[in-house]
Design a protein. Structure first.
Length: 95
């Protein structure tokens, strides 16, 4: 698995298919936050180049222990069905 920044297309293609999606995790929200001068990132987790988790995160303007603080509005979007299956499969292949 790899954590990386996602393109708008990767983010949108993944989020649109998830039943857990919400307005706060959309490109419309990204545009709104950017208009309000927030620094916004689309990040995700990929497995074999396939997105299995994604989130829109924004800098809050605060720091904690000298580090920037980010917010994932209404949480992140994960493929809750496939992740346990993938983990079981990958563990069985390691044996």
């Amino acid at each position: 698995m790899e954590f990386s920044e996602l393109s708008e297309r990767e983010f949108s293609d993944f989020v649109i298919t998830r039943k857990e999606k919400n307005f706060f995790q959309t490109l419309m929200m990204k545009e709104k936050l950017e208009r309000d001068n927030h620094k916004v990132y689309l990040v995700g987790v990929k497995e074999n180049k396939e997105v299995i988790g994604a989130s829109l995160i924004s800098e809050t303007g605060y720091t904690f222990m000298g580090k920037k603080v980010y917010e994932a509005y209404k949480g992140y979007i994960l493929d809750y069905v496939e992740i346990p299956t993938r983990q079981r499969y990958s563990h069985s292949q390691q044996r």
